[in-house]
Design a protein around this ligand. Structure first.
Ligand code: DAH
Length: 339
């Protein structure tokens, strides 16, 4: 029996050492220590031994069991770590990780925030209006006649119910005065829509910033001072501003505002950047009729309004050659404006 156990140990250790994967090792385990395994059987032989042999053989059996189970355990661990190593082969853990792309603010948003911040310092509050507007808010209340080209179906997106995508943010002037008596001092950045053919300088949706100030004694001087201050803050103290007489239905007198600044193409040419003027009394009367009061009595209050597009401004300021870049969402373009 002693001899048998020694042979058994030798063979078990050899078989364990030569198992090259875990199914093979499992088979070895079953063959030796399974329910009908050779070592298990040897244990059962014990009761056929003479009493005096039992302690010695029992001790040997115990040693063999220990040796075999230690070898099995060791081999299991070795096979497992070999498998893990194989899986990691070809992976270089010292390589830098893949950085997560962090978004940046859109250039129009950067510019809009700067503009809003400057007007807020002058006491202008933010106002909002819907992108889907009634004809009345977009045109009639703004003294824009039936035959004005902006009202043409070729120029404007109409909905089947007669409403439209606002062609300018000037409708927010009307929305604000409907709901608030003077003094009114608001700016309103937002989308405007026109049925323009999309090309390098036109989009069917673009961004405007509207302003309105109504109070007793508001003058053209206030309008000039406000816009001049604004553009100087935006483009630097070397900025010059020029008011050119123009026509808008909702202001009288009306102007186009030209700006010249080093930040804008070297400061040698005048750039037409905004429309503005003194609110036409006819607009106040439309509001009064709608409100049913005389809150905007043109004999008591005056006001100025202005509006400008942000895309063109951003294109000049940042040297963007094509307006479509603002809507293509190309990270290579957008990430350059991270503030
Ligand atoms: N709404 C005009 C446009 O889209 C811009 C404008 C001109 C706005 C004069 C004004 C203004 O508030 O007074 O072309």
């Amino acid at each position: 029996m002693r001899e048998e156990l020694n042979v058994l140990r030798g063979e078990a250790l050899r078989d364990i050492a030569s198992a090259t994967d875990s199914p093979a090792l499992d088979r070895v385990r079953v063959a030796y220590v399974g329910r009908a395994g050779r070592l298990t059987n040897a244990g059962e032989q014990m009761r056929h031994l003479a009493k005096e042999e039992r302690p010695e053989i029992g001790k040997l059996l115990h040693e063999v069991r220990q040796a075999v189970s230690a070898a099995l355990e060791e081999r299991t661990a070795a096979l497992q770590s070999a498998a893990e190593e194989a899986e990691l082969a070809g992976v270089d853990p010292t390589l830098p990780g893949v950085a997560r792309a962090v978004g940046s603010m859109h250039p129009l948003q950067v510019l809009q925030r700067r503009a809003v911040e400057i007007f807020r310092r002058m006491g202008f509050a933010l106002a909002e209006g819907p992108d889907i507007e009634t004809e009345w808010h977009c045109f009639d209340a703004l003294n824009t006649p039936e035959d004005h080209p902006a009202r043409n179906e070729q120029d404007t997106f109409y909905l089947p119910d007669g409403r439209l995508l606002r062609t300018h943010t000037s409708s927010v002037q009307i929305r604000t005065m409907e709901g608030q008596a003077p003094p009114v001092r608001i700016i309103s950045p937002g989308a405007a829509y026109r049925r323009d053919e999309v090309d390098a300088t036109h989009l069917a949706q673009f961004t405007q910033m509207e302003g309105l100030y109504v109070d007793e004694g508001v003058t053209l001087g206030d309008l000039k001072g406000t816009l001049e201050f604004f553009f100087r803050e935006l483009f630097g103290p070397d900025t010059s501003v020029r008011f050119r007489p123009h026509f808008f239905p909702f202001t009288e007198p009306s102007y186009e505002l030209d700006v010249r600044a080093a930040a804008l193409g070297g400061g040698t040419r005048w750039l037409e950047l905004a429309g503005c003027g003194m609110v036409d009394p006819a607009v106040f009367e439309q509001i009064n009729a709608r409100r049913g009061d005389r809150a905007f009595d043109p004999d008591k209050v005056t006001g100025f309004a202005f509006g400008f597009g942000l895309e063109r401004l951003a294109m000049i300021l940042y040297g963007v050659p094509d307006i479509r870049m603002f809507v293509e969402n190309d990270q290579r373009f957008l990430s350059q404006f991270a503030p």
